[in-house]
Design a protein around this ligand. Structure first.
Ligand code: MG
Ligand code: ZN
Length: 554
């Protein structure tokens, strides 16, 4: 075979690799007779019931198969891929472990939110939408974290969003609504976890701390060392940081403070709302005082693994979901890279151990994201070297997307969120379509015309609806045009419209501003008897049950 042909084949191989990743998911799934699921509602018992010592659960919030596809397509096809010569951690995990697919919706509805989804994983029982740590009737259910704690194991939660946000909350709080974050913070403190790393200081500090110059504000500033700006959302004057310290927690507000802790209980809160998004963290580089998800994960493993009885750890890459709600593909790619680095840290820690089960999964898919072929900007006909093309040119009818899109997405400097934050910080008279187009050109890899900017500003103005999950009027955003009932977060509307303006250039489509019911992937790695039962199609509650069986042997 001549070199050119070999190169062509290699190229073709790369082209289909990303597809193969998704196909592999299906083939693994369907390799097992589907009859099994039909006849046995309960998870299959592990052949040997020797429980694992440690269980690590890594959740990519909003990480459907297509989001994994973006990461792996980038890894294999981007010209300047970070992964040249090595595999992504998720592919490594899939190769080493057992893979299945997970249905995510609670009974009685078709789509889930993150709180119910996390409750499914945390408890193994069905939950009603937007509830935390309760069964579908509203009764509290003990979670895997609480059971592990009561069994004498060390337990911890790590997230790059707020500790009190839906996903982590479901592992140690029991509330009728996910928005009760003040109560969730109190329950979280009472739960006596060993390691809590994330953000969301606003639910842990007294209401009076919002008043600049007040004694409460000074006290919080003293405690946090001014690591970041804060404002309370509490409706009382409890200082949960102080209470945590009295309960024996060491407190950390910067990466350096976190790194200094090498044993004992640790509460690390690294932002008033969330940790910075992956693009801000990448741009900040070494001069940053926030830990990365990777660093928090390593620290949690260092501390929890000192417990002789073993541990349970949940790690959440929570901003995949946020990038997808915003329909921001470049930000999504960076969040997937952040997820993959955390996974790499876990895999490295697990190397040469046989006492730990790692379960990697998602709570649901967000955004109905995907690359798609279009009828715009068709590629020009090309000469191909094969014999079938001696007399004709290769001229596909459609634009199937060029791999350089992946490099451009990677080079996005700021998230859509940051761009609009910058825009909104301008004096009112400067908030013009020309200025928006200029900001987009300076920070985003796919420019828009001034007329498109005008359209985004016009249609995205005054969303009728929601702030921080509180509905102020209409629950949908009619300005988005088609499928407007699915754009329920008005704050995101301009970003959703921006995504539409660059869709053809990116070969990317987004089907919604919310979640979809797409089954998500689960990968289990560890002792074979604990990992093997995950290799089928199941409901998220069964993932929760299988994890408990692996950790407790029942
Ligand atoms: Mg979440
Ligand atoms: Zn979401």
């Amino acid at each position: 075979m001549d070199r050119q042909k070999k190169g062509m084949l290699r190229g073709a191989g790369r082209m289909v690799l990303s597809l193969l990743c998704l196909l592999a998911i299906c083939s693994q799934m369907f390799a097992k007779p589907p009859a099994k699921e039909k006849h046995s509602k309960k998870p299959q018992a592990a052949p040997t019931s020797q429980p694992v010592k440690n269980l690590i659960l890594l959740i990519g919030d909003g990480m459907g198969p297509q989001q994994i596809g973006l990461l792996t397509t980038y890894a294999h096809q981007a010209r300047q891929s970070e992964y040249v010569g090595r595999e992504t951690a998720i592919e490594q995990a899939m190769r080493a472990g057992t893979m299945g697919l997970v249905r995510t919706a609670p009974q009685g509805v078709l789509v889930t939110d993150s709180a119910a989804a996390a409750t499914h994983l945390a408890t193994g029982v069905d939950a009603a939408p937007e509830t935390v740590g309760l069964d579908r009737h509203g009764d509290p259910v003990e979670t895997i974290l609480e059971k592990a704690r009561d069994a004498g194991k060390a337990v911890g939660l790590v997230t790059d969003t707020r500790l009190t946000h839906g996903t982590p909350a479901a592992f140690l709080a029991h509330r009728p609504h996910r928005s009760e974050e003040n109560e969730i913070a109190v329950e979280m403190l009472g739960a006596d976890a060993d390691v809590l790393l994330g953000a969301g200081l606003r639910y842990w500090i007294p209401q009076q701390a919002t008043e600049v110059g007040s004694a409460a504000a000074d006290e919080i500033k003293n405690m946090t060392g001014g690591a970041f700006d804060f404002a309370s959302r509490r409706r009382d004057n409890r200082n949960l940081l102080l209470e945590a310290r009295l309960k024996g927690y060491q407190l950390a507000f910067t990466d350096a403070q976190m790194e200094r802790v090498h044993s004992g209980k640790l509460l690390g809160i690294f932002g008033n709302e969330a940790l910075s998004d992956a693009l801000v963290q990448r741009a900040a580089g070494k001069d940053f005082h926030e830990p990365t998800l990777f660093e928090m994960t390593e620290k949690a493993l260092e501390l929890l693994s000192q417990d002789k009885a073993g541990f349970f750890l949940m790690v959440e890459a929570g901003q995949i979901d946020w990038a997808c709600h915003n329909n921001d593909a470049g930000a999504l790619l960076q969040e997937m890279l952040r997820f993959d680095k955390a996974l790499a840290a876990i895999l490295q820690w697990m190397e040469s151990r046989n006492d730990t089960l790692l379960v990697v999964t998602a709570d649901h898919e967000t955004g109905s994201f995907g690359f798609s072929y279009s009828g715009s900007a068709l590629p020009s006909p090309k000469k191909l070297p094969g014999s079938a093309f001696e007399d004709v040119r290769h001229a596909p009818d459609f634009n199937f997307g060029r791999p350089e899109i992946l490099d451009r997405l990677y080079n996005q400097k700021k998230s859509y969120y940051s761009v609009f934050q910058k825009f909104d910080a301008l004096p009112k008279e400067e908030q013009t379509p020309a200025k928006l187009a200029e900001l987009v050109a300076a920070n985003l890899p796919f420019p828009i015309r001034e007329q498109q900017a005008a359209e985004i500003l016009k249609r995205g103005a005054n969303p009728l609806y929601v702030k921080d999950h509180r509905y102020l009027g209409s629950k949908t955003s009619p300005q988005v045009g088609d499928f407007s009932d699915f754009y329920v977060f008005g704050d995101n509307l301009r970003m959703n419209l921006l995504a539409r303006a660059v869709a053809a250039d990116q070969n990317i489509i987004w089907g919604t501003g919310t979640h979809t019911s797409t089954p998500v992937v689960v990968v289990a790695i560890g002792p074979e008897s604990a990992a093997r039962p995950f290799g089928r199609m199941m409901h998220a509650t069964e993932v929760g049950q299988l994890m408990q069986r692996a950790l407790f042997g029942r």
